[in-house]
Design a protein around this ligand. Structure first.
Ligand code: KG4
Ligand code: ZN
Length: 391
């Protein structure tokens, strides 16, 4: 069992090896990560080409492709790591949020493997995975820190708190490590980029296409004036107004017969998204007084956003950390790492857990080892209150 697999020849406990599995959207991924934060393998089979012709992810197609890819991808991850299932001490898989049919493929496979090999299993929240990517890439990043998770499905600003047991960066036994300071009220940042890229005819996925068009065409980020949406009295994001403003402007310019320089439009829209994210993050840092920021999620692969936040953090004396692009976009190393952290904090999931397509981050911890009173216990801080004191 796990304890035996953690023991090295001399009887000294070795690092725990975790098999992570991710299938929440259009990437089938498996990875082997050790509890001392080494990535032994990180295999991603992308379905992007498959969905490109439809301009977005088609859920039914995604599920079918996951089914075809899941076992070869897991086999490849074990082979690349040079280990067999007998060396693994824990299986972790994304349980939600995501497309339910897609989630079920990875989750069911993970549970089947755990049952067959007699291994413990942990179901991971996808956003907790993105946050774990930041700590995987930067072992010096210790709570408390804020993490901006910006992807195609989510825009969350999360306070990752000090551990209740085990010291900074260590496991948390009895309280959720996550306090959501802001989330999107409508579209996610990546979703807005994807939609405008499609309108500009740049294809799918839109974020990288938009970045490429702006960079290669030497686009001027000040050529078009877009709003920087901010809600009053709330840190929450809202990108649908910005998206509508961009679509209306394009429509208006086309009606007037004006030629729109795609590179300029892309650069200006990208800058508006970047500024909106950065303004909120800096305000969150100011309000909480937290000294460190991490950036993760697919949009974190964006060079303009990385540079903007790096510069603003440097000016404000904030420690800034961002994983390499391959760990920002969906992958299974981040799921393995998040599962490992939860497992070492005492979490075990039963094999009858189901997929959770719309799973709030605050509830993910409570569902495992956090107890029946919710992520913060009966008297814990309000998870949506941005003014809640930093523990
Ligand atoms: O985290 P992710 O791989 O999947 C989700 O959990 O959604 O994020 C995918 C999103 C897409 O919207 C994609 O357009 C965006 O991340 N993205 C980027 C870049 N690379 C991926 N957005 C801006 N710039 C990029 N370089
Ligand atoms: Zn993601």
């Amino acid at each position: 069992m796990a304890a035996g697999r953690m023991a090295k020849e001399g009887g000294q406990p070795g690092p725990l090896l975790v098999l992570g599995i991710e299938s929440s959207c259009d990437e089938t991924a498996a990875a082997v990560v050790s509890s001392d934060r080494r990535i032994l393998s990180n295999v991603v089979a992308s379905q992007i080409e498959e969905h490109r012709r439809y301009g977005g992810v088609v859920p039914e197609i995604a599920s079918r492709r996951h089914l075809e890819a899941i076992l070869p991808v897991i086999r490849e991850a074990l082979d690349q790591a040079g280990v067999g299932i007998a060396d693994i001490g824990l299986v972790a898989a994304t349980r939600g949020p995501g497309l339910v049919g897609a989630l079920l493929v990875g989750l069911s496979t993970a549970k089947g493997l755990a049952a067959a090999a007699g291994l413990p299993f942990v179901g991971v929240h996808h956003i907790a995975g993105h946050i774990a990517a930041a700590r995987l890439a930067d072992p010096g990043l210790a709570p408390p820190f804020l993490c901006l998770v910006a992807s195609g499905g989510h825009s969350h600003l999360v306070l990752v708190r000090d551990s209740a047991a085990g010291g900074p960066g260590g496991p948390i036994r009895d309280a959720s490590p996550f306090l959501v300071l802001a989330r999107t009220r409508d579209d996610a940042a990546g979703e807005a980029l994807d939609k405008i890229a499609r309108t500009l005819g740049l294809g799918y996925p839109g974020g990288p296409a938009m970045e490429r068009a702006a960079r290669e065409g030497n686009g001027d980020p000040r050529a078009f004036r877009f709003p920087r949406p901010a809600l009053q009295d709330s840190l929450d994001f809202s990108f649908s107004g910005l998206k509508t403003a961009a679509i209306s402007l394009l429509h208006h310019l086309h009606q007037k017969g004006e030629t729109v320089r795609t590179a300029d439009f892309a650069a200006s829209f990208q800058q508006a998204v970047v500024d909106t994210l950065a303004d909120t993050v800096l305000e969150g840092l100011r309000r909480t007084g937290v000294p460190a920021l991490a950036l993760s999620g697919g949009v974190a692969a964006n060079t303009v956003l990385r540079k903007e936040l790096e510069a603003r953090c440097a000016a404000a004396g904030i420690r800034f950390s961002v994983p390499p692009p391959a760990l920002c976009t969906d992958n299974a190393a981040m799921i393995a790492m998040a599962g490992c952290d939860a497992f070492l904090a005492g979490r075990r999931d039963s094999l009858d857990v189901n997929a959770e397509p719309a799973w709030p981050l605050e509830e993910a911890w409570a569902d495992g080892s956090g107890g029946p009173d919710g992520p913060d216990g009966p008297d814990g801080p309000d998870a949506t209150d941005p003014a809640a004191p930093v523990p």
